[in-house]
Design a protein around this ligand. Structure first.
Ligand SMILES: Nc1ncnc2c1ncn2[C@@H]1O[C@H](COP(=O)(O)OP(=O)(O)OP(=O)(O)O)[C@@H](O)[C@H]1O
Length: 321
């Protein structure tokens, strides 16, 4: 569905140049849900705009939904849907009319356009709002209308730029419900950006992380977390005098340089906490170190980003959930 090679975009700015995307290579199979993550300014929107043919690449190639973004942008646009960060609908026409007009723009006849508009209204549970004006809708309803507008010409591939940003948790869950149903019932390929790491983690089957215009991680959330972050074991010791010894034992037993101590707490990063914890407890007991409490934690996608960059996605984003 998406095949990008060395896709690059530079912008001229006062006194120099910004390389927003540096050699993006990407292949996305039909029916996949891909979450594209990265801190502010990483190059997500620029990549999306190139892949949707809205912005010409400086160099590199991309074939999207079977059409080349540079030589056949109209072919790309006919076959994809794009839901941008800003609302797609105007304020003055009824919801139904907005959808019919959009469908007409794709060359559907009046009757086909009306039929299709009704279909997407039903799909996004907006039928009861068909005669309302977009300006009167709630944030979540408005986002669903944006998605409906992106789907009116039945694209097999839908790009969504931060579909849930700014929505309350209930509306976010609702929008996600519709996104997931699209893939299940219609096999739509979905490529979306989000700042909400937990959403990407639980919903997407593939996570691509971009930083400073380059892809730094690509895989299932589970694999990235296991390979790049690992679990955490936190041990609380009875005696603060044992901390240095416990840290040395943990470092020797697990991964050199992966244990850190503070007060009576020793934190160890391990590939699998369920395997490491009993081993650690046995070794500490054998050496006379008394453990008062032990806790294990699964890594998050933020831990993956932290491992790769030394920075937290939450800190760099400010609004990450
Ligand atoms: N039209 C432009 N002119 C100059 N620089 C730009 C332009 N568009 C984007 N950039 C720069 O390119 C870099 C990547 O921006 P982009 O919007 O793609 O990032 P992003 O990952 O989508 O960020 P955000 O999460 O904030 O939306 C940033 O440094 C940005 O300032």
């Amino acid at each position: 569905m998406i095949h990008a090679r060395a896709l690059t975009r530079r912008f001229k700015i006062k006194g120099g140049e910004v390389e927003a995307v540096r050699g993006l290579d990407l292949d996305v199979e039909p029916g996949t849900l891909v979450a594209f993550l990265g801190p502010n300014g990483a190059g997500k929107s620029t990549s999306l705009r190139m892949l949707t043919s809205l912005l010409p690449p400086t160099s590199g190639t991309a074939v999207v939904a079977g059409h080349d973004v540079a030589s056949d942008p109209a072919g790309v646009r006919r076959n994809i849907g794009y839901v941008g960060q800003k609302n797609g609908a105007g304020e003055n026409f009824r919801v139904l009319d907005e959808l019919v007009t959009q469908a007409r723009c794709y060359g559907l006849t009046r009757d086909e356009a009306r039929r299709r508009a009704r279909e997407v209204l039903d799909m996004l549970e907006l039928t009861s709002l068909a005669t309302r004006k977009p300006g009167t809708l709630s944030g979540g309803q408005r986002r669903r209308l944006d998605i409906a507008l992106g789907l009116v010409h039945r694209p097999g591939l839908l790009f969504l730029d931060e579909p849930t940003t700014g929505l309350d948790p209930q509306s976010r869950a609702d929008v996600w419900g519709h996104i997931l149903r699209l893939r299940e019932e219609h096999g739509t390929t979905l490529f979306l950006t989000t700042h909400y790491l937990e959403e990407a983690d639980s919903m997407a089957e593939r996570v691509v992380i971009i930083d400073h215009g380059r892809v730094i991680a690509d895989g299932t959330a589970a694999r990235l977390k296991t390979d790049l972050a690992g679990d955490h074991v936190t041990l609380t010791l009875r005696d603060p005098g044992d901390t240095a010894r416990a840290t040395a034992i943990a470092t020797r037993l697990e991964a050199p340089g992966e244990a850190a101590a503070e007060g009576t707490t020793v934190r160890v990063r391990v590939p699998r906490a369920d395997v490491a914890l009993p081993r650690l407890l046995r070794a500490l007991e054998a050496e006379g170190v008394e453990v008062a409490a032990a806790e294990t934690a699964r890594p998050t996608l933020d831990d993956v980003f932290l491992t790769l960059t030394g920075r937290s996605l939450r800190e760099t984003d400010g609004d990450g959930a």
